[in-house]
Design a protein around this ligand. Structure first.
Ligand code: GLC
Ligand code: CA
Length: 577
């Protein structure tokens, strides 16, 4: 069974129930490598986060989600962990982390750690043992298979199945020492763990409990709906762009997923840890699956983190290849999820994270005349919906995509491997560059722009990744005292979620405005209503829809106000009764 409920005051808190802090809360994501560098080695670190706690607290957020800081060879910037119990030297020490937890808690802010347990690093001692021989007791902690019958092992095509990994290589790598292949749904340096092993699962639960005992308030669980594989593993349908196949039927939402999460909840999220948060990163999750995973009182997750709205503008089977979308597609997809999870289940609300391009460049308009208004109106549109808000570092100041000019500019392992694969297929460098400029994850990973000074105030020496050259125009320092800034707007939106109860549990009603570019919805709880009206386009639109409704008391959060009979580009207004 899942975690127990606990009575706090006269509100019952239990797994995923109304009244939980996070339902109306905002979680700020810190990507530590690019947040703030305290010791001038060019790499952001934990002490850098500690130095910025006043800023984080000023924003009004309830929690910080810290991307991985565990020891790691950094092939995937920490999503390849070689020791779950220590902090990577580049980021600091366990003492620094303890101090971060204490300083956040002093200000009433929680700390959510990243939990990466679909895979480890290939340098993790478990994998080193597992690969040392097929007889090793940890052999079954990873997923090993012999070569395909009839093809000499180690040669092309001998992989046990034809799957492509998420990072453009075959999903199997041959290990010479033990003569078999291991599965990795991501880079070859990220071997998948075998969750069928009860001893492995126990070891993971022990590690999670160790962190919660240290004061961590919960986990964002990396690709958690991939942990249960669907056996026997078989070849998938060929993908359009090459010779590899789609293995997703054998790893998405596998047959034992709910059982494993249920077990995790009773082993980890119970007793003294029953209030720790369980956020599941769940690529390709369907609404039905999301309902089951995050239902009120569910013994599995508190919420899903799903990808449909950030998958619309790229090809499903080639996610670095952009796809044009129609005006309104993104909003309508958000509505689909609002309506889908209306009676049961809980969603997260995010525009961006370390895996996505920058919001304002992607779904807004980063040209100077529209940049601020589109950044603000996008924030209003998303964060007043039903769900837990996630703000990715830098989005609150309208940071933009990076002006890549060359294929060598990309660092991210997914981009680097994609480039190699696409060049190998004979695609042109210009075409590949054009795609990655729009879809590359490096867009979100440039250093945080704190000030209009050298290196954007991120570091006192050359940063591990170049700062976006627009740091003299876009920075925290310039916006923090300006009530009209993107930053001030984000702070007001975060605060609105706290002061208007209908924004937390209230019903979501799409007003289905049939005017291209214009969207409107209401959040209703008893006698209180909030109405959001926005022009999500860079053109003025003739309409009177944004005018004061009869019942409204006042308009708040106004962006780019216009006249009575038209809305300006990226204009938005929120009416509250
Ligand atoms: C998640 C992370 C991403 C990482 C991948 C493999 O999607 O957010 O950054 O590359 O999992 O761990
Ligand atoms: Ca540093």
């Amino acid at each position: 069974m899942g975690a127990k409920s606990e009575v706090v005051g006269n509100v019952v808190h239990g797994p995923n129930s109304p009244g939980e802090w996070w339902r109306g809360g905002t979680i700020y994501q810190v990507y530590p490598r690019s947040f703030a560098d305290s010791n001038a080695d060019g790499i952001g670190d934990i002490r850098g986060v500690i130095d910025k706690i006043d800023y984080i607290s000023w924003l009004g957020v309830d929690a910080v989600w810290l991307s991985p800081v565990y020891r790691s060879p950094q092939h995937d910037n920490g999503y390849d962990i070689s020791d779950y119990y220590s902090i990577d030297a580049a980021y600091g020490s366990l003492e620094d982390l303890d101090e971060l937890i204490a300083s956040l808690h002093d200000r009433g802010i929680r700390l959510i750690m990243d939990l990466v347990v679909n895979h480890t690093s290939n340098e993790h001692p478990w994998f080193i043992e597992s690969s040392s021989s097929s007889e090793n007791p940890k052999r079954d902690w990873y997923i090993w298979r012999p070569a395909r019958p009839g093809i000499p092992k180690g040669t092309a095509g001998a992989e046990p199945t034809n799957w492509e990994s998420y990072f453009s290589t075959p999903a199997w790598t041959f290990d010479k020492t033990s003569g078999e292949y291991y599965l990795h749904l991501f880079a070859p340096e990220q071997p998948d763990l075998n969750w069928e092993s009860p001893t492995l699962r126990r070891e993971i639960y022990r590690m999670m409990t160790w962190w919660l005992d240290r004061g961590v308030d919960g986990f964002r669980m990396d690709v958690i709906n991939l942990i249960s594989k669907n056996y026997p593993l078989q070849d998938g349908k060929l993908l359009p762009h090459g010779e590899l196949g789609d293995g997703s039927p054998w790893y998405l939402h596998g047959p034992r997923l709910l059982e494993f999460l249920d077990e995790m909840s009773s082993e980890v999220f119970s007793g003294r840890h029953s209030n720790a948060i369980r956020i599941g990163e769940t690529p390709d999750v369907t609404i039905e699956q999301a309902e089951a995973l995050s239902a009120e009182g569910a013994s599995t997750l508190d919420m899903v983190f799903q990808f449909e709205h950030v998958g619309l503008d790229r090809e499903a089977q080639d996610w670095h290849k952009p796809r044009d979308i129609d005006e309104g597609d993104v909003y309508h997809n958000l509505v689909r999820w609002q309506e889908g999870l209306a009676s049961t289940g809980w969603n997260s609300l995010y525009w961006s994270n370390h895996d996505q391009p920058r919001t304002v460049s992607r779904y807004g308009d980063d040209r100077p005349e529209h940049w601020a208004n589109s950044a603000k109106t996008l924030a209003t549109t998303l964060y007043l919906m039903r769900g837990t808000a996630f703000v990715y570092q830098g989005d609150e100041i309208g940071m933009t995509n990076f002006p890549f000019s060359n294929l060598d500019d990309f660092r991210d392992v997914s981009a680097v491997n994609y480039i190699a694969a696409a060049l190998g297929r004979g695609e042109s460098p210009e075409e590949i560059l054009g795609r990655l400029k729009r879809t590359g994850r490096d867009n979100a990973r440039t250093p945080m722009q704190w000030a209009a000074t050298e290196r954007g105030g991120f570091s006192d020496s050359k940063s591990w990744y170049p700062v976006n050259p627009n740091f003299r125009r876009i920075s925290v320092d310039q916006q923090i005292g300006d009530r009209a800034s993107v930053l001030a707007h984000y702070k007001r939106v975060i605060a609105a979620r706290k002061t208007r109860p209908e924004l937390v549990e209230g019903r979501f009603v799409d007003l289905d405005v049939q005017i291209p570019g214009v969207i409107a919805y209401e959040r209703i709880d008893g006698s209180r209503t909030t109405r959001v009206v926005a022009n999500l386009s860079s053109e003025p639109v003739e309409t009177t829809f944004h005018e004061r409704p009869d019942w409204a008391e006042r308009g708040i959060l106004a962006v780019n106000p216009a006249g009575d009979d038209y809305m300006k580009p990226w204009q938005s207004i929120v009416w509250v009764s």
